[in-house]
Ligand binder design. Structure first.
Ligand code: FNR
Length: 361
């Protein structure tokens, strides 16, 4: 029998073995040259630690609070689409794992389970990720349904006016499966026999005219707090605060949109500085180790979200796999904190890490 995985990266190989190539490539791939895909991970490895010694770390408290919701550690679940392609239980298994680990799950707008199915399957704190469609009425209906079903925030993804060019999906002629939240509202089984049907679907339904003024529209249709996902510059961070969002997620969509944007961990500090503590800043992209979580917190993130590792856990072992992925990251964060001299997340400071820029100064 194969040995149990001892870290999150080992789940990737199990997922590769478990999934048809078309689906594995869809989950694992990035845009074009996949430069940013590699960089999201490698940029973490260029940050080193400056641990403090002789601090009492006999008790470590990893808990934190996001928009008023206490979670067991600063590790949340990023929205990833089409989870039933990874495992038959799809988003429901992920939601149950989130509840078991006492963390927040962000449900993708492009999920393969409905808002109501996910809501009734667990009591995890859930946020809904949103894509704004040309048919605004459909986006509004799903947002309002999520609000009725107890979702606590909307995560507006702003880096996807069009789908990035994911060449593996084009080669594999990636299918566009049933998207449960739009049944009866929209035809989503669009096909493109020359390339990726998902790309064809996105260009058919996503509203590429979305702009800053539409945040006002969003606040007019929901009372939920809005986080904006896909910020990479100080200019956009300042604008986001000005239009009244409740939080910012530094994200490059797991390197699936514009290739050659910076790794998110490299963009984080500029955003944190611009925001100046007015709203929480979160980060996703390339988080594969507890040390990565610590580095993001040291550079000013309040929490991180993980995308692919959750999918790999789900593909390999369903709900249990997702739990193991979250537990592994949490256990690694705990030991990183202990060995760095931090007994709670608020003790993690900028002085605990050294970036490339620090070394040049
Ligand atoms: C995503 N991501 C994403 N983001 C979003 O806002 N809505 C979505 O539906 C999806 N779907 C999706 C599918 C797959 C297969 C992946 C890998 C990613 C992006 C996701 O929320 C997150 O930004 C990245 O996954 C974070 O990077 P890592 O953790 O995958 O490196």
């Amino acid at each position: 029998m194969a040995a149990e995985p001892v870290n999150v990266n080992e789940f990737q190989e199990l997922a590769r073995q478990a999934l048809p190539k078309m689906y594995y490539d869809f989950f694992a791939g990035g845009a074009e040259d996949q430069h940013t895909l590699r960089e999201n991970v490698e940029a973490f490895s260029r940050i080193t630690f400056q641990p403090r010694i002789l601090v009492d770390v006999s008790k470590i408290d990893m808990s934190t609070t996001i928009l008023g919701y206490k979670i067991s550690s600063p590790i949340m679940i990023a929205p990833t689409s089409l989870q039933k392609l990874a495992h038959p239980e799809g988003e429901i298994a992920t939601a149950r794992a989130a509840a078991a680990c006492n963390t927040i799950m962000v449900l993708s707008f492009m999920a393969t389970c409905t808002v109501e199915e996910v809501a009734s399957s667990c009591n995890a704190v859930r946020f809904l990720q949103l894509y704004v469609f040309k048919r605004r009425d459909i986006s509004a209906q799903v947002v309002q349904k999520a609000e009725r079903y107890g979702f606590k925030a909307i995560v507006l993804t702003v880096d996807t006016p069009r789908l990035g060019r994911r060449e593996a999906d084009i080669k594999n002629r990636m299918v566009s499966p049933q998207l449960k939240n739009f049944e009866g509202l929209l035809t989503t089984d669009i096909s493109n026999d020359k390339g990726s049907s998902l790309e064809a679907l996105a260009s058919e339904i996503y509203d590429a005219s979305l702009s800053w003024k539409d945040i006002e529209w969003l606040t007019s249709i929901t009372n939920l707090p809005i986080l904006i996902k896909g910020v990479l510059t100080c200019e956009d961070a300042i604008k986001a605060v000005e239009v009244g969002v409740s939080g910012i997620i530094v994200s490059n969509h797991g390197a699936r949109q514009l290739d050659y944007v910076p790794a998110t961990i490299s963009a984080l500090e500029e955003v944190v500085r611009a925001v100046g503590g007015r709203v929480p800043v979160l980060l996703d992209g390339g988080v594969r180790r507890g040390t990565d979580v610590f580095k993001a917190l040291a550079l000013g993130a309040q929490a991180v979200l993980v995308g692919r590792p959750v999918i790999y856990g789900l593909a390999a072992k369903g709900e249990h796999g997702v739990r193991r992925v979250l537990e592994m990251l949490k256990d690694e964060l705990e030991i990183t904190m202990a060995l760095s001299g931090c007994s709670s997340v608020k003790d993690i400071s900028r002085r605990h890490v050294r970036t490339e820029r620090d070394r040049l100064q």
